[in-house]
Design a protein around this ligand. Structure first.
Ligand code: 5GP
Length: 123
């Protein structure tokens, strides 16, 4: 499938510096900042700097350097936020069924309290 990236999405504007953010970590290939509406004591969004819509898009079209840089940023955020020991959840919503609100790839790093089961089981 072809992936259409909308460069007017909120995270693209954050990357261009048009909207402020509370940065936790930045590297050549990734930016991590606090979610504006946190679901837990730790709630950080990690995004690649390149124009990718979803994990699917990213893993298909990003360079190896971008993929390595992004994954290492996720680990760095876990250590900086102090959630490595007690645990955390890394979530990346995609598309309609995934209920993705912002169409720029992001991984939510959520922790700082027990998070319960991953999903409610429905029929
Ligand atoms: P999604 O549903 O796409 O996985 O999650 C998007 C996340 O982005 C939500 O948790 C929402 O609170 C967060 N968000 C939306 N707009 C902004 C913003 O302008 N700044 C920040 N820091 N987070 C945002």
């Amino acid at each position: 499938m072809a992936y259409a990236y909308d460069d007017q999405n909120i995270f693209a504007k954050i990357l261009r510096g048009e909207i402020p953010n509370d940065t936790v970590f930045e590297s050549d290939h990734a930016l991590a900042f606090r979610d504006i509406s946190p679901a837990a004591p730790t709630h950080v969004l990690v995004i690649p700097k390149g124009p990718y819509v979803s994990m699917d898009h990213f893993t298909q079209e990003a360079s190896e350097a971008e993929i390595v840089g992004f994954m290492r940023a996720i680990g760095e955020v876990c250590r900086l936020e102090g959630v490595s020991e007690d645990g955390f959840r890394a979530i990346s919503n995609a598309g309609r069924n995934g209920v993705q609100e912002v169409p720029h790839l992001h991984v939510h790093i959520i922790g700082g309290r027990p998070l319960g089961r991953m999903l409610a089981k429905t029929e």
